[in-house]
Design a protein around this ligand. Structure first.
Ligand code: KG4
Ligand code: ZN
Length: 335
């Protein structure tokens, strides 16, 4: 039977809606980015994000249905991100989804945003099935997840402090690159020497795959101050490339160690940071060395979007995991 799901995503600064058929076929994927609005503040202002979601959601949902050639009558369910994320931003999407579900008598599916990022890989790779190990690296989280089933997860490693994307954004700001920092830092790093400066790597013992990125961040800032005190010029491109190498190497090494420990020959990437070319290359090299199969989503499915929420929502729907009108936003939701 055909299952058509309308999905809504509003956990941070993207207002998004998508229509997804049978989990993996994306009929529409509308993303309204608020980057131009937040750019002048150098980062996402939560209150402004919420207000713009309220303004954008009706139009984004209408467009998603229109582009998919669907009406509310064709839908099997509404899926929505209910956490983790900014509480006000999440609430706008949750409220919209609950209103549609109530008005149209449709089942409501509550989706964890991290589950959504992992599911982006199912859309991009029709042959991909669990089990596999996935690195979810974005602005809010850096998790190594053992995906045991479509709705069954075990966290093998996580960051103890900053998320990888957060570190990219902070260093980009220090280097005066502006917001959003990740892509801008990557671009600058392309012209730099990644061996120019050696930054510390943090590990927590043999069987621990956790990350720490705040030390690298402080080391970069200290390096800049030291050079300034010495009156020496800083090559921003070298610094960006060296910082990127430190983060990419940590993400790659820990993920492949975790996959090896679980005897898992399939590795995937997800989340905004997986748009990073250096990270993809590093994962490709590591996968080849380990004899593992590597999957990652196309750029549009790496960063926040609603198609991935529709896909994750489909698997929850299939297992009869529904929410009701008491659904609330959970900003600190765990996987
Ligand atoms: O998944 P996402 O859109 O939102 C969250 O769930 O957080 O990820 C956004 C994060 C930001 O920190 C952004 O700087 C980072 O992903 N990012 C990148 C790149 N593109 C986005 N980081 C490094 N290189 C990139 N090319
Ligand atoms: Zn995200």
């Amino acid at each position: 039977m055909e299952r058509i799901i309308l999905a809504v995503e509003s956990s941070c600064d993207e207002t998004a809606a998508a229509v997804v058929k049978n989990g993996r076929e994306v009929l529409s994927n509308i993303i309204s980015s608020q980057i131009p609005i937040h750019e002048r503040y150098g980062g996402v202002v939560p209150e402004i994000a919420s207000r713009n979601h309220v303004l954008n959601l009706p139009g984004v949902i209408d467009r998603a249905l229109l582009e998919a050639g669907c009406s509310f009558c064709d839908l099997s369910a509404i899926a929505v991100t209910y956490g983790p994320g900014l509480v006000g931003a999440l609430l706008t999407g949750v409220s919209a989804a609950k209103a549609i579900a109530a008005a149209r008598g449709l089942p409501l599916v509550a989706v964890n945003h991290i589950h959504g990022h992992i599911a982006a890989n199912y859309i991009a790779h029709p042959d991909l099935k669990p089990p596999f190990v996935c690195l979810v690296a974005s602005g809010g989280h850096s998790h190594i997840v053992h995906v045991k089933g479509y709705t069954e997860f075990e966290i093998l490693g996580r960051t103890r402090d900053d998320a990888a994307g957060e570190a990219f954004d902070k260093i980009a700001r220090v280097l005066g690159l502006g917001y959003p920092g990740g892509p801008k830092l990557e671009k600058l790093a392309e012209t730099g020497n990644s061996e120019a400066v050696s930054f510390p790597r943090v590990t927590f013992g043999e069987d621990c795959y956790d990350f720490s990125f705040s030390g690298v961040k402080t080391a970069v800032i200290n390096y800049i101050h030291r050079q300034e005190q010495l009156g020496q010029e800083i090559c921003k491109a070298d610094l960006a490339a060296s910082f990127q190498r430190a983060v990419v190497e940590a993400l790659t090494e820990h993920t492949f160690l975790a996959a090896r420990a679980r005897n898992c020959p399939v590795v995937t990437l997800a989340g905004g940071v997986s748009a990073n070319g250096a990270l993809r290359k590093s994962f490709e090299a590591a996968a080849e060395k380990a004899g593992a199969k590597l999957y990652y989503p196309p750029l549009v499915l790496c960063t926040d979007n609603a198609a991935m929420i529709g896909c994750a929502g489909y698997y929850l729907y299939e297992q009869g995991i529904f929410a009701d009108s008491a659904l609330n936003a959970v900003p600190g939701l765990k996987l």
